[in-house]
Design a protein around this ligand. Structure first.
Ligand code: GLP
Length: 244
Protein backbone atom coordinates (compact mmCIF):
# COMPACT_ATOMS: atom_id res chain seq x y z
CA UNK A 1 0.00 0.00 0.00
CA UNK A 2 1.50 3.32 -1.07
CA UNK A 3 0.73 6.50 0.87
CA UNK A 4 1.80 9.95 -0.22
CA UNK A 5 3.49 10.62 3.12
CA UNK A 6 5.03 8.46 5.83
CA UNK A 7 3.02 10.44 8.41
CA UNK A 8 -0.32 9.45 6.92
CA UNK A 9 0.88 5.86 6.57
CA UNK A 10 2.10 5.70 10.18
CA UNK A 11 -1.23 6.97 11.52
CA UNK A 12 -3.02 4.24 9.57
CA UNK A 13 -0.70 1.54 11.00
CA UNK A 14 -1.16 2.90 14.54
CA UNK A 15 -4.92 2.69 14.03
CA UNK A 16 -4.66 -0.97 13.02
CA UNK A 17 -2.60 -1.74 16.13
CA UNK A 18 -5.03 0.19 18.37
CA UNK A 19 -8.02 -1.69 16.90
CA UNK A 20 -6.31 -5.00 17.57
CA UNK A 21 -5.52 -4.01 21.17
CA UNK A 22 -9.15 -2.94 21.74
CA UNK A 23 -10.56 -6.07 20.09
CA UNK A 24 -8.42 -8.27 22.36
CA UNK A 25 -9.43 -6.17 25.39
CA UNK A 26 -13.10 -6.72 24.55
CA UNK A 27 -12.41 -10.48 24.64
CA UNK A 28 -10.34 -10.25 27.84
CA UNK A 29 -7.31 -11.49 25.93
CA UNK A 30 -3.64 -10.52 25.70
CA UNK A 31 -2.44 -8.71 22.62
CA UNK A 32 1.06 -9.87 21.68
CA UNK A 33 2.98 -7.31 19.64
CA UNK A 34 6.34 -7.76 17.94
CA UNK A 35 8.02 -4.36 17.83
CA UNK A 36 10.80 -2.79 15.78
CA UNK A 37 13.32 -0.01 16.26
CA UNK A 38 15.00 2.32 13.75
CA UNK A 39 13.63 5.56 12.35
CA UNK A 40 10.76 3.98 10.40
CA UNK A 41 8.35 3.16 13.28
CA UNK A 42 8.91 6.35 15.32
CA UNK A 43 5.75 8.11 14.09
CA UNK A 44 3.66 4.94 14.71
CA UNK A 45 4.81 4.99 18.36
CA UNK A 46 4.15 8.74 18.60
CA UNK A 47 0.59 8.18 17.38
CA UNK A 48 0.02 5.29 19.82
CA UNK A 49 1.18 7.55 22.66
CA UNK A 50 -1.21 10.27 21.45
CA UNK A 51 -4.08 7.74 21.41
CA UNK A 52 -3.14 6.70 24.95
CA UNK A 53 -3.15 10.33 26.17
CA UNK A 54 -6.12 11.65 24.24
CA UNK A 55 -8.35 8.66 23.57
CA UNK A 56 -7.70 6.51 26.61
CA UNK A 57 -6.10 3.66 24.65
CA UNK A 58 -4.83 1.28 27.33
CA UNK A 59 -1.87 -1.09 26.96
CA UNK A 60 -2.69 -3.04 30.11
CA UNK A 61 -3.36 -6.22 28.09
CA UNK A 62 -0.35 -5.76 25.79
CA UNK A 63 2.71 -8.03 25.79
CA UNK A 64 5.62 -6.91 23.63
CA UNK A 65 8.60 -8.68 22.13
CA UNK A 66 11.23 -6.57 20.43
CA UNK A 67 12.99 -7.85 17.37
CA UNK A 68 16.59 -7.20 18.25
CA UNK A 69 19.34 -5.60 20.31
CA UNK A 70 23.02 -4.89 19.70
CA UNK A 71 25.42 -7.27 21.41
CA UNK A 72 27.07 -6.54 23.69
CA UNK A 73 25.03 -3.53 24.75
CA UNK A 74 24.24 -1.99 28.11
CA UNK A 75 20.53 -1.27 28.72
CA UNK A 76 21.27 2.23 29.89
CA UNK A 77 23.37 3.17 26.87
CA UNK A 78 21.67 5.75 24.66
CA UNK A 79 22.52 3.42 21.74
CA UNK A 80 20.55 0.49 23.13
CA UNK A 81 17.23 -0.53 21.65
CA UNK A 82 16.07 -0.84 25.28
CA UNK A 83 16.64 2.92 25.65
CA UNK A 84 15.02 3.63 22.26
CA UNK A 85 11.84 1.73 23.08
CA UNK A 86 11.45 3.37 26.48
CA UNK A 87 12.12 6.81 25.07
CA UNK A 88 9.68 6.48 22.17
CA UNK A 89 6.94 4.30 23.65
CA UNK A 90 7.15 2.45 26.95
CA UNK A 91 7.79 5.48 29.21
CA UNK A 92 4.62 7.12 27.92
CA UNK A 93 2.02 4.33 28.13
CA UNK A 94 0.45 2.10 30.81
CA UNK A 95 2.24 -1.15 29.89
CA UNK A 96 3.48 -3.28 32.83
CA UNK A 97 7.28 -3.57 32.82
CA UNK A 98 7.00 -7.38 33.16
CA UNK A 99 5.10 -7.47 29.84
CA UNK A 100 8.01 -5.89 27.97
CA UNK A 101 10.55 -8.24 26.36
CA UNK A 102 13.66 -6.90 24.62
CA UNK A 103 16.63 -9.16 23.85
CA UNK A 104 19.25 -8.40 26.48
CA UNK A 105 22.61 -7.16 25.27
CA UNK A 106 24.23 -8.14 28.57
CA UNK A 107 23.70 -11.92 28.60
CA UNK A 108 27.01 -13.74 28.99
CA UNK A 109 28.38 -15.49 25.89
CA UNK A 110 27.95 -18.86 27.67
CA UNK A 111 24.25 -18.22 28.32
CA UNK A 112 23.43 -16.65 24.97
CA UNK A 113 22.39 -19.79 23.10
CA UNK A 114 19.90 -20.89 25.75
CA UNK A 115 18.72 -17.30 26.26
CA UNK A 116 17.73 -17.12 22.56
CA UNK A 117 15.90 -20.46 22.69
CA UNK A 118 14.00 -19.23 25.76
CA UNK A 119 13.05 -15.97 23.99
CA UNK A 120 11.26 -17.94 21.25
CA UNK A 121 9.66 -20.23 23.84
CA UNK A 122 8.28 -17.25 25.73
CA UNK A 123 6.64 -15.93 22.55
CA UNK A 124 5.11 -19.35 22.01
CA UNK A 125 3.85 -19.50 25.61
CA UNK A 126 1.90 -16.29 25.01
CA UNK A 127 0.28 -17.92 21.96
CA UNK A 128 2.56 -16.34 19.33
CA UNK A 129 2.77 -12.84 17.90
CA UNK A 130 -0.58 -11.35 16.95
CA UNK A 131 1.09 -8.53 15.06
CA UNK A 132 4.69 -7.92 13.98
CA UNK A 133 5.90 -4.47 12.99
CA UNK A 134 9.00 -4.41 10.77
CA UNK A 135 11.37 -1.99 9.10
CA UNK A 136 13.87 -3.05 6.46
CA UNK A 137 17.62 -2.49 6.25
CA UNK A 138 19.46 -1.72 3.02
CA UNK A 139 20.88 -5.27 3.05
CA UNK A 140 17.32 -6.62 2.96
CA UNK A 141 17.44 -7.51 6.64
CA UNK A 142 14.38 -7.68 8.85
CA UNK A 143 15.24 -7.43 12.52
CA UNK A 144 18.96 -8.08 12.16
CA UNK A 145 18.53 -11.14 9.90
CA UNK A 146 21.34 -10.35 7.53
CA UNK A 147 21.90 -11.93 4.08
CA UNK A 148 22.50 -15.66 4.51
CA UNK A 149 19.82 -16.04 7.20
CA UNK A 150 17.82 -19.26 7.00
CA UNK A 151 14.07 -19.00 6.39
CA UNK A 152 13.45 -21.16 9.42
CA UNK A 153 15.94 -19.46 11.77
CA UNK A 154 15.06 -18.80 15.39
CA UNK A 155 16.22 -16.06 17.73
CA UNK A 156 20.03 -16.08 17.79
CA UNK A 157 23.18 -13.98 17.79
CA UNK A 158 24.33 -12.69 14.43
CA UNK A 159 27.30 -10.85 12.94
CA UNK A 160 26.22 -7.54 11.45
CA UNK A 161 26.80 -6.80 7.79
CA UNK A 162 29.27 -4.02 6.99
CA UNK A 163 26.51 -1.98 5.25
CA UNK A 164 24.33 -2.22 8.37
CA UNK A 165 27.21 -1.02 10.54
CA UNK A 166 27.88 1.83 8.08
CA UNK A 167 24.23 2.89 8.28
CA UNK A 168 24.42 2.89 12.08
CA UNK A 169 27.77 4.70 12.18
CA UNK A 170 26.48 8.32 12.32
CA UNK A 171 24.49 7.71 15.51
CA UNK A 172 27.46 5.89 17.08
CA UNK A 173 29.84 8.68 15.98
CA UNK A 174 31.90 6.37 13.79
CA UNK A 175 31.78 2.80 12.50
CA UNK A 176 34.39 1.62 15.00
CA UNK A 177 31.91 2.26 17.82
CA UNK A 178 29.14 0.17 16.22
CA UNK A 179 28.92 -3.30 17.79
CA UNK A 180 29.87 -6.12 15.45
CA UNK A 181 27.13 -8.39 16.71
CA UNK A 182 23.47 -8.39 17.66
CA UNK A 183 20.74 -10.66 18.95
CA UNK A 184 17.81 -10.95 16.57
CA UNK A 185 14.52 -12.79 16.41
CA UNK A 186 14.83 -15.28 13.56
CA UNK A 187 13.04 -15.27 10.22
CA UNK A 188 11.13 -18.33 11.44
CA UNK A 189 10.13 -16.44 14.62
CA UNK A 190 8.87 -13.44 12.62
CA UNK A 191 7.08 -15.55 10.03
CA UNK A 192 4.96 -17.25 12.68
CA UNK A 193 3.29 -13.89 13.40
CA UNK A 194 -0.39 -13.87 12.46
CA UNK A 195 -0.06 -10.45 10.85
CA UNK A 196 3.05 -8.61 9.59
CA UNK A 197 3.35 -4.96 8.57
CA UNK A 198 6.63 -3.72 7.09
CA UNK A 199 7.31 0.01 6.87
CA UNK A 200 9.68 1.61 4.38
CA UNK A 201 10.15 5.30 3.71
CA UNK A 202 12.39 7.30 1.41
CA UNK A 203 14.43 6.97 -1.80
CA UNK A 204 17.24 5.02 -0.18
CA UNK A 205 14.87 2.09 0.50
CA UNK A 206 13.43 2.02 -3.07
CA UNK A 207 15.82 -0.55 -4.53
CA UNK A 208 15.64 -3.00 -1.60
CA UNK A 209 11.84 -2.63 -1.58
CA UNK A 210 11.76 -3.56 -5.28
CA UNK A 211 14.02 -6.59 -4.72
CA UNK A 212 11.94 -7.66 -1.74
CA UNK A 213 8.56 -7.44 -3.48
CA UNK A 214 9.45 -8.33 -7.07
CA UNK A 215 12.64 -10.36 -6.76
CA UNK A 216 13.13 -14.08 -6.32
CA UNK A 217 12.90 -15.41 -2.78
CA UNK A 218 16.50 -15.70 -1.62
CA UNK A 219 18.49 -15.77 1.58
CA UNK A 220 20.58 -12.98 0.01
CA UNK A 221 17.62 -10.64 0.63
CA UNK A 222 16.02 -12.13 3.76
CA UNK A 223 12.95 -9.86 3.55
CA UNK A 224 11.94 -11.76 0.36
CA UNK A 225 10.91 -14.62 2.68
CA UNK A 226 7.88 -12.48 3.54
CA UNK A 227 6.52 -13.09 0.02
CA UNK A 228 5.07 -16.39 1.12
CA UNK A 229 3.63 -15.18 4.43
CA UNK A 230 -0.16 -15.17 4.12
CA UNK A 231 -0.89 -11.89 5.88
CA UNK A 232 1.90 -9.38 5.24
CA UNK A 233 1.41 -5.81 4.04
CA UNK A 234 4.19 -3.47 2.90
CA UNK A 235 3.37 0.11 3.82
CA UNK A 236 5.39 2.53 1.68
CA UNK A 237 5.55 6.20 0.95
CA UNK A 238 5.89 7.34 -2.66
CA UNK A 239 9.68 7.62 -2.55
CA UNK A 240 10.13 4.06 -1.28
CA UNK A 241 7.82 2.73 -4.01
CA UNK A 242 9.40 4.63 -6.90
CA UNK A 243 11.21 1.61 -8.43
CA UNK A 244 8.23 -0.77 -8.40
C1 GLP B 1 18.10 -1.58 12.12
C2 GLP B 1 17.09 -2.45 12.85
C3 GLP B 1 16.02 -2.96 11.92
C4 GLP B 1 15.46 -1.79 11.14
C5 GLP B 1 16.55 -1.19 10.28
C6 GLP B 1 16.09 -0.03 9.42
O1 GLP B 1 19.05 -2.31 11.46
N1 GLP B 1 17.69 -3.56 13.49
O2 GLP B 1 15.02 -3.63 12.65
O3 GLP B 1 14.39 -2.21 10.35
O4 GLP B 1 17.55 -0.71 11.16
O5 GLP B 1 16.17 1.17 10.12
P1 GLP B 1 15.45 2.48 9.70
O6 GLP B 1 14.01 2.32 10.03
O7 GLP B 1 16.09 3.54 10.56
O8 GLP B 1 15.70 2.70 8.26
Amino acid sequence: VVFSTSNEASICVAQEIASLIREKQANNAHCVLGLATGSSPIKVYEELVRMHNEEGLSFSNVITFNLDEYYPMDKNSMHSYFYFMHQHLFNHIDISPENIHIPSGTVSPEELHQYCIDYDLKIKEYGGLDFQLLGIGRTGHIGFNEPGSHYNSGTRSITLDHITREDAAPSFLGINNVPKKAITMGIGTVKKAKRIVLLAWGHNKASVVKETIEGEITSEVPATYLQNHANTTFILNEEASQDL
